[in-house]
Design a protein around this ligand. Sequence first.
Ligand code: FAD
Length: 386
Amino acid sequence: MTQSIRFEFSPLPQSTEPLRIRVRDFLARELDAGTFAAGLGPGINRHSPEFSRRCGEEGFIGMTWPRRYGGGERSFLERYVVTEELLAAGAPVWAHWVADRQSGPMLMRYGREEVRNAILPRIVTGECYFCIGMSEPDSGSDLYSAKSRAEPVARGWRVNGRKIWTSNAHRSHYMLALLRTSPSTPDNRRHGLTQFLIAMDSPGIEVRPIRNLTGDSDFNEVVFDDVFVPEAHLIGEVDGAWKQAASELAYERSGPERFLETVFVLYELARAAGETPEDRMAEGLGRLVAELSTLRNMSVAVAGMLEAGKVPDVEAAVVKEQGTNWEQALPARARDLAPGACADPGNRVDFEEVLRYATLIAPKLTIQGGTREILRGIVARGLGLR
Ligand SMILES: Cc1cc2nc3c(=O)[nH]c(=O)nc-3n(C[C@H](O)[C@H](O)[C@H](O)COP(=O)(O)OP(=O)(O)OC[C@H]3O[C@@H](n4cnc5c(N)ncnc54)[C@H](O)[C@@H]3O)c2cc1C
């Protein structure tokens, strides 16, 4: 179906400002308490159960969810303000991030009431973490070729197979997994996959760490060997997960994390530039900030569209594609603008170390959450070009 790409731009309402100030005050207290150090790396990769619990106490998790599940019944735009402040500060949000961003909303939309009641309030208090079980060794971009399977058994399902690149599987309580329940059909190759909620402490699950370029192992291979999943943990329609995936991916792709993962480089660059930067630096910094500001406007627009009940999956793909290109290029652009900054004795942190770390994480940015080529394909389809 042909559709146009339409970002419905609207500034964040003034009414969100008190909330922004409250988040900044909270972060200032956390910085003072030494919970995290500013400017040393992306908070999204930092896992702190204590910090997540305090976010829960502040009402910063499950903000848009109904009160009966512990949520705040606030708007997507208010949530946006909170998430961008947390990320911009480099706060250690990773423990609760996936559950808050996408798994909780999926349970709310497609989960059974008993499951919602049992799990959503624990997510809101920052004590229940999720991982995403989509990719497999031979099924990444083409999710609909997934082979890990769930077969019906008495009172539930039996799961066998393996998932890969599963971020934080070793620290999560649950996985939302995409599993094969039937073969695809000749007229619909997306048919036959179903989503399940899997408790990560179930017998038969093995989580094997995979080391990344920085030496950390925050993603994993997850092997399922006759894992029992109760009937109530079926999420949505049997064989019809493809109808559910678009909204999950819109939540996943459009948030400020899609351009703020290496933003700490920009802060250090601006600091190195000082109050009176030379022309080349001023022009380069201005360009970077103008691009960042445009990305932010686009991302806020998607939040507004989610608020209005739309499924802006094509717009979300544009934000992710453009955002990750920007943040991927940032370390090299910063090095080019400030070749002397590494030796600057006024550096708050080791600028070379900041660039090194950002350079090492940059390659993954255009892969995680959908590769560049896949996102461009979604955009092309949205424009009716393929
Ligand atoms: C840091 C990180 C964290 C991740 N976390 C998770 C997670 O928590 N859960 C999870 O399920 N997955 C996760 N992933 C996996 C990620 O979603 C996949 O790596 C991604 O979807 C690509 O799949 P693939 O690696 O199998 O590559 P492939 O799909 O094999 O792609 C290889 C190359 O071919 C290109 N390509 C593939 N198909 C097409 C096409 N139709 N047209 C044009 N080009 C194409 C791709 O763009 C890519 O360049 C993570 C990945 C990373 C890097």
